[in-house]
Design a protein around this ligand. Structure first.
Ligand code: FAD
Ligand code: SF4
Length: 509
């Protein structure tokens, strides 16, 4: 009997029970396929990182005594599609059983489920052994509640898994959430921790990717590649974050600055999403540091909330709402992306920095994604599907199960507010408070109208004015609508005219 086991590019977990023993009847298959490089236009570093990490994983499995069949992108036997390659391999190895781990993306899940359905040999899907929750767990938790509040989900996760809890079952420190302490701008100190990530030379792999004709965008940085390739490198990054980043994570979680691109963020999302790291060990290390007094409770709580809260929650939302989720567009926004999404060349200093570093590093931290790029996209009325595809392509950690709910739901409010309680938008006032972007910007952060006025300002007021019918009853927006009601018709008209001009000339901003 020969069993074929498929490992997808985001399933690089050497601790999976599949690998607890070696069996010469089992062949592990990894494949680099155009099907996966071409479903969206990817950042060059994302393609490099996944291929390089898959190759490293295959070497690790072989060295540990497992049988591995690796189909490289330029292998003449590679048919560039999962099912076609699988058919050939199953026939070639005379396999009698086929197994795969649960995919995280709806697209692959349905493809493999269909494949299994028509396969002539027994096959099954097994757990990826990565997440805290099952795919359908958030849906059963919220049941038929209209709005799915992350905070409710998060609290039950803390209790259920005993994370940051006292012996008597109360939240450590007497409160669940320390968000109010976590909203400071960064004054320049403490210094951003050193970037200790390993450097790899992937020039040869990059050459091979180019030879294969795979389209991409962004800076490849192939000769000095910094994303972790395996669990050992990811663990090294985790150690460094716990010692140097976590103590300040809470304070500067929402900060924005042109002087630093990482601040105190962990840069662990690629390692987590490819399953090199398990969320339990990351959460465990943060809690341990907190209990040992090495990190303040608000910092550890803020960080842990992102993982057992947001990360598990958005996954539950994704599985509950796919496939219809991907096409939602509550505001009916249709505008295409301005050209500077692909170059970073805009005079809006905040946007230029956030997009510029995304193109350079395939990374932007959460507040850049949400309150700079996403904020602008929503205010300007960009097509949420185009925004989603850009986010899915550009970020090193972008896999649809986590990217789509964050982009369409949280950032673009395209689901009409089932995920976010109000649209995450702001004028320049918020950006100026949280960053040092505005002081050196060509635009005037205080002005609403006129050619030099910050585009965020007119777009912000015009957004709420245009969508009054849909948003004015939202209790969290009472203040905004009271301010709008206080504006004179002449002021409102001037704002509308400036917003129209901004939207008409997006490429030139
Ligand atoms: P840190 O700030 O150090 O946070 C620690 C970890 O918490 C992250 O590694 C991540 O695993 C988790 N996390 C934090 N926030 C979220 C969140 N909102 N949802 C899920 N997990 C979270 N995250 C992705 O992993 N992939 C994506 O494609 C992605 N797309 C996003 C798109 C938009 C529009 C927005 C607003 C957010 C998106 N996020 C995405 C969430 C978040 O921005 C990234 O997880 C984070 O920036 C990754 O950097 P980090 O590892 O330094 O995170
Ligand atoms: Fe961004 Fe406006 Fe500030 Fe310029 S003034 S950095 S465009 S918010």
């Amino acid at each position: 009997m020969t069993m074929l086991r498929l490992i997808l590019g985001d399933q690089l977990n050497p601790e999976h029970s599949w690998f607890s023993g070696c069996d010469s009847n089992v062949v592990y298959v990894l494949m680099e396929v155009r099907q996966e490089t071409d479903y969206v236009l990817h950042h060059a570093q994302k393609i490099l990182a996944i291929f390089a990490a898959m190759r490293d994983f295959a070497r690790h499995l072989t060295a540990s005594g497992h049988r591995v069949h690796y189909l490289a992108i330029d292998d003449p036997a590679n048919r560039q599609s999962l099912p076609v390659n699988l058919d050939k391999l199953i026939a070639g190895y005379h396999a009698t059983v086929f197994e795969y781990q649960a995919p995280d993306e709806w697209r692959l899940d349905s493809q493999l489920a269909n494949y299994l359905g028509q396969l002539g040999i027994p096959g099954r899907m097994v757990d990826s052994e990565h997440f805290y929750t099952r795919r359908d767990e958030a849906a059963s938790f919220f049941d038929d509640r209209g709005q799915w509040l992350m905070e409710h989900f998060y609290r039950q996760m803390r209790s259920r898994h005993g994370v940051l809890m006292t012996a008597s079952g109360k939240p450590l420190g007497g409160q669940w959430n320390f968000d109010q302490d976590n909203r400071k701008p960064w004054p320049g100190l403490p210094r951003e921790p050193a970037d200790i990530r390993c450097e790899h030379d992937h020039s040869a792999l990059w050459e091979c990717i180019q030879q294969a004709g795979i389209a991409s965008f962004g800076e490849p940085s192939a000769a000095r590649f910094r994303w972790p390739l395996n669990r050992a490198e990811a663990l090294q990054q985790l150690d460094h974050f716990i010692d140097e980043g976590l103590p300040h994570f809470g304070d500067f979680q929402d900060a924005l600055t042109y002087r630093a691109w990482r601040l105190f963020h962990s840069l662990l999302s690629f390692a987590l999403n490819t399953k090199m790291l398990n969320p339990r060990e990351v959460v465990g290390r943060a809690e341990e540091a907190c209990r040992a007094g090495a990190a303040p409770l608000p910092a550890a709580e803020g960080f842990i909330r992102q993982i057992i809260g947001w990360r598990e929650y958005v996954r539950g939302v994704y599985w509950a709402r796919m496939p219809a989720f991907a096409t939602q567009n509550w505001f009916g926004h249709q505008r295409p992306l301005p050209s500077w999404f692909w170059t970073g060349e805009t005079r809006m200093r905040c946007v230029a920095h956030a997009i510029g570093q995304s193109l350079e590093h395939a990374y932007a931290h959460h507040i850049q994604r949400l309150m700079i790029i996403g904020n602008f996209a929503l205010l300007a009325g960009l097509d949420p599907k185009a925004v989603h595809l850009w986010y899915l392509g550009v970020y090193i950690d972008a896999f649809e199960w986590v990217e789509l709910p964050n982009t369409l739901g949280m950032s673009q409010f395209a689901d009409g507010g089932r995920l976010a309680t109000k649209p995450y938008v702001s004028s320049a006032a918020y950006i100026d408070r949280m960053s040092d972007y505005c002081k050196g910007c060509e635009y005037d952060r205080k002005a609403r109208v006129g050619e030099q006025a910050c585009p965020f300002n007119a777009l912000y007021w015009d957004f709420f004015s245009r969508h009054g019918e849909r948003l004015s009853a939202n209790p969290r927006l009472g203040m905004v609508y009271r301010q709008l009601a206080g504006m004179s018709p002449a002021d409102l008209l001037a704002v509308r005219e400036r917003a129209d001009a901004v939207r008409a000339g997006l490429d030139a901003l």
